[in-house]
Ligand binder design. Structure first.
Ligand code: PLP
Length: 455
């Protein structure tokens, strides 16, 4: 039997053939397979990708908020090609140039005394390693995580995750304790002044009383929540967590898989508040996802600990040379092309444009963002803040947002949402004309959300 005997068609790869073979053989993430109708994509460049008919889409998502340098950045593609010619793979036990260089660059770019890095194939694996390491370093077991969070789809990372995708993976790993989020627009504590939840420390401290702080190894948070609603903490929040963690000898882990490397208009989201974690988790923007890569970067104290204690972690592809070479090239491009500055400048343009849209569209309840990391929260009523679609909406309940996203796609702008929150996260290489184009399309499609307005 040969490979071709099983093939649906052995002719040219037309759009129809890509669709048919995909439908028959590919399992897509987080979906009922029969309900899918994915667009066959033929190529991409910069902020755009296109289908086989040449129809172009402005990628206002950066795919999974990872393609920070846009599609097919020539220097990045060339760096991967050059590394492939030099050395495609060498085991993690050897010292290798691109791996060493990337680790050194990360130590130099990250805040405070963050120093040594362990490289993985993505964010989830980096979080898994961070939790296990925090448990070994402290000799404690519990991990505090938050509800409005996503940390990855492996067993431990999914247990840390608060988003409803966790439910299908339960029961998860033991020892995860959950705290509420500083969601100031919909504060779970009713937002008294001062608010114990939105100020961070008081809520964490109360929870630690009940859990026994001496059993808690780590607190893990996304400094700016990505997938679960684009939530920015109030000033002082991260400092407050840092102070409580220090007081109880708890390791503070920042998951900047989505927010790191320029997304928020700073190299790292935590730079906005000058707070340094003990462990920083990155992936996505680290190399724009051209080759799977994640990193766990630990501070000097943990680095010193690792020099005399066992690191109980490893993967065949830990520090894969192709991934690390793309990381090195990516960070150089970011510096040479002023990508963080562009993120900040284009973010200001996007923010100003959104503020104008809010004057015309009553369904805009809240706009949250810095750099190119924006969330637009859609409501049925600004006074009651009733969401346009409920939390965890599916099927017909999610239709008002689904229709808006479809209408944007028909107009050539690729957008996604987390229930009632639109995610606006274009590539950091985007230009002013492309921002304006997306704002124009948003202006048109937000009319569909306004139709549900009841204020
Ligand atoms: N952490 C955060 C904040 C994320 O947004 C994601 C993915 O979206 C992950 C972790 C998981 O990363 P990966 O999908 O590379 O495992």
């Amino acid at each position: 039997m040969t490979i071709t005997e099983h093939q649906i068609d052995t002719g040219a790869w037309t759009a129809e053939r890509v669709k048919a073979v995909d439908k028959e053989y590919v399992i897509h993430s987080w979906s009922v397979q029969g309900s899918l109708d994915p667009i066959p994509v033929a190529g991409g460049s910069g902020s755009w990708f296109w289908d086989y008919d040449g129809r172009k889409y402005l990628d206002f998502q950066s795919q999974l908020v990872n393609l920070n340098l846009g599609h097919q950045h020539p220097r990045l593609v060339e760096a991967i090609r050059a590394q492939a010619e030099e050395l495609c793979y060498i085991g993690p036990g050897f010292a290798e140039r691109s791996r060493a260089e990337l680790a050194e660059m990360i130590a130099n770019l990250t805040p405070g005394d963050l120093k040594m890095s362990f490289f993985t194939t993505g964010g989830a694996a980096a979080n898994e390693n961070a939790v296990r390491l925090a448990r070994h370093v402290t000799g404690r077991h519990k991990i505090v995580a938050r509800y409005r969070s996503y940390h990855g789809a492996t067993a431990g990372a999914m247990s840390l995750t608060g988003d409803p995708r966790r439910w299908a993976a339960e029961p998860g790993i033991s020892g995860v304790v959950r705290m509420l989020d500083p969601y100031t627009y919909r504060c779970p504590a009713g937002h008294p002044d001062p608010c114990p939840v939105c100020s961070g420390g008081p809520h964490l401290e109360e929870l630690l009383q009940y859990e026994n702080p001496e059993t808690v190894a780590a607190v893990i948070v996304e400094p700016v929540t990505g997938t679960n609603g684009l939530l920015y903490p109030p000033d002082g929040y991260l400092q407050s967590l840092r102070e409580v963690c220090d007081r109880y000898g708890i390791i503070l882990i920042f998951d900047e898989v989505m927010a790191g490397f320029g997304r928020t208009g700073e190299w790292f989201a935590c730079n906005h508040w000058n707070v340094t974690p003990d462990i920083l988790i990155t992936a996505k923007g680290l190399n724009s996802g051209y080759v799977p890569l994640g990193a766990m970067t630990v501070n000097e104290r943990i680095s010193d600990w690792l020099r005399t204690n066992m690191f109980w972690g490893g993967m065949t592809y830990a520090g894969h040379p192709l991934a690390c070479a793309s990381g090195v090239a990516s960070l150089r491009i970011m510096q040479d092309e002023g990508i963080v500055d562009n993120s900040r400048a284009m973010g200001e343009r996007l923010g100003a444009g959104l503020a104008q849209l809010a004057e015309r569209h009553p369904s805009i309840g809240d706009i949250r963002g810095r750099g190119l990391f924006y969330g637009v929260e859609l409501v049925k009523n600004r006074a009651t803040k009733e969401p346009l679609v409920p939390f965890n909406a599916k099927g017909p309940a999610a239709a008002p947002v689904g229709k808006l996203l479809k209408a944007a796609m028909e107009r050539g702008v690729y957008l996604t949402a987390n229930f009632n929150v639109l995610r606006l996260t274009p590539p950091l290489v985007i230009n002013a004309a492309e921002i304006d184009l997306a704002l124009g399309v948003l202006d048109e499609v937000l009319a569909l959300a306004d139709e549900h307005y009841q204020g």
